[in-house]
Design a protein around this ligand. Structure first.
Ligand SMILES: NC(=O)c1ccc[n+]([C@@H]2O[C@H](COP(=O)([O-])OP(=O)(O)OC[C@H]3O[C@@H](n4cnc5c(N)ncnc54)[C@H](O)[C@@H]3O)[C@@H](O)[C@H]2O)c1
Ligand SMILES: N[C@@H](CCSC[C@H]1O[C@@H](n2cnc3c(=O)[nH]cnc32)[C@H](O)[C@@H]1O)C(=O)O
Length: 413
């Protein structure tokens, strides 16, 4: 069963996208090929709440090849690639996702996945896990465990655990080194520039780019913006991160100051209300802002889209908002993940690392759930290291090994 936009043309395009991604996701492809002979997921239903992109199609097709019954919905109302959804549905995967859905539809799609009674959940942002914990229709459903893809989802699931309400183990895939150091930093660094360029197609060189938050995502976005010739300003609330940004060579200042001089704003915090009405009113005429952190709460998009004198989509994914003070400012992708709404999300090579962690964590839950407690755990070190070894192999990079003399030296005092 599926609910997607479909046509022979979309299915054909989606198949080509899937094949292109798979041919550039060697680590994941190798993992799937290695495991698939024994069909280790036979008889298991898996539920996924992830951005439906070509990279995700490789993970979902892989899970199917390992024997699983697969149900999925999108990780955000605006990020589904309809051709990929149509292709997956044509392959017998239960897909509930289409681009441009309302928040109500998005919620309905998560319900449909849970109605398939998946025993392991893979989530991006924790919307599905929260429902499986607190919605009376699903809170008694048998679930062996779950995995979480992103920082903001980790924060939410941690809050559930802190309140003593976690009812099954959750593996924090985001916390794997081979995930956040690469996906969050280099993946978002590149796909954000891609999204901003597609939305605005303006010169980045010489512009003042304000990067809000200097975590893994912010570091990647700042470094790639600098590489485009922009003058980067960082805003932070954490003194250590602020110091790091300062020593990395970026200007650091509060948002109240940055708002007045920035040309382009990129929010990367996972926090709510980091660009507020008072900042927007002080921005320069023509300022462009967008978000690549969690949800559409980082920028006051409601003020921009509902309280402006007029709002006009002047280019795909770019709204011109004429404020009551007469200034024109621009919002990318309605304040939702600009790299996935205005572009196509992360490149396949980096998602291969994240999704290898995902599939290996799902296998870990299946094998170990009886001895796992209802707690959050990090990706086991052996999986993280295996993904790094596989990634180096895929990129044909060789490294040294400690000699016996060095091992002896390291163990002596
Ligand atoms: N768009 C994507 O594809 C993508 C990819 C990975 C992560 N994410 C999301 O991006 C967000 C950031 O992820 P991360 O891994 O960098 O997290 P992180 O925790 O490493 O970094 C977040 C940073 O924001 C700072 N911050 C918090 N409130 C702030 C405020 N009011 N002003 C300025 N700075 C503030 C924090 O101090 C921290 O340094 C999360 O919501 C995550 O889910 C998005
Ligand atoms: N549901 C949340 C999702 C946060 S997106 C952040 C996650 O998206 C993931 N991501 C980025 N690009 C892609 C892609 O192309 N395909 C699938 N997932 C992606 C990435 O791993 C990252 O951790 C929301 O709507 O705000």
């Amino acid at each position: 069963m599926s609910k997607v936009k479909s046509s022979p043309k979309l299915i054909k395009e989606g198949k080509l996208s899937y094949e292109w991604a798979r041919s550039h996701m060697q680590i994941l492809d190798n993992t799937i090929n290695r495991l698939k002979k024994s069909k280790p997921l036979k008889g298991i239903t898996l539920g996924f709440c992830l951005h439906i992109t070509k990279e995700t199609s490789v993970l979902l097709m892989g899970a199917k090849e390992l024997g699983a019954n697969v149900a999925c919905c999108g990780g955000n109302p605006l990020t589904t690639q309809d051709n990929v959804a149509a292709f997956l549905a044509s392959q017998g995967i239960h897909v509930y996702a289409w681009n441009g859905q309302s928040v109500k539809d998005y919620d309905w799609c998560i319900d449909q996945v849970l109605k398939h009674k998946p025993t392991i959940l893979t989530d991006d942002g924790a919307d599905m896990n929260i429902k499986a914990h607190f919605d009376k229709r699903f809170k008694n459903m048998k679930i062996l465990g779950a995995t979480e893809e992103t920082t903001a989802g980790v924060t939410r699931i941690r809050a559930v655990e802190n309140q003593g309400k976690l009812r099954y183990p959750v593996i924090l895939v985001n916390e794997a080194y081979t995930k956040h150091m690469f996906d969050n930093r280099y993946g978002t660094g590149q796909s954000t520039i891609d999204g901003y360029l597609r939305a605005m197609n303006l010169l980045m060189a010489s512009k003042r780019v304000v990067v809000v938050g200097y975590g893994w995502v912010g570091r990647g976005v700042a470094s790639r913006s600098h590489g485009m010739g922009s003058k980067v300003i960082v805003t932070e609330i954490d003194p250590i991160k602020a110091l790091e940004a300062h020593m990395d060579g970026f200007e650091v200042m509060p948002m109240s100051q940055a708002a007045k001089i920035g040309d382009i704003f990129i929010t990367c915090t996972g926090m709510t209300s980091v660009i507020r009405k008072e900042h927007i009113l002080n921005m320069k005429d023509g300022a462009i802002m967008g978000n690549v952190g969690h949800f559409d709460v980082e920028i006051d998009s409601e003020f921009l889209l509902k309280k402006s004198k007029s709002v006009k989509e002047v280019r795909p994914s770019l709204d011109e908002c004429v404020l009551k003070n007469g200034k024109k400012v621009y919002l990318i992708g309605q304040g939702r993940l600009a790299n996935l709404v205005a572009a196509e999300g992360h490149p396949p090579e980096v998602m291969a690392q994240s999704f290898s962690n995902q599939i290996l964590s799902v296998m870990y839950i299946l094998k170990n759930h009886k001895k796992m407690e209802n707690k959050i755990i990090n990706v086991p070190q052996e999986i993280d290291t295996q993904v790094a070894v596989d990634a180096l192999k895929a990129m044909d990079v060789k490294i040294d090994k400690l000699t016996p003399e060095q091992v002896k030296y390291a163990n002596s005092w």
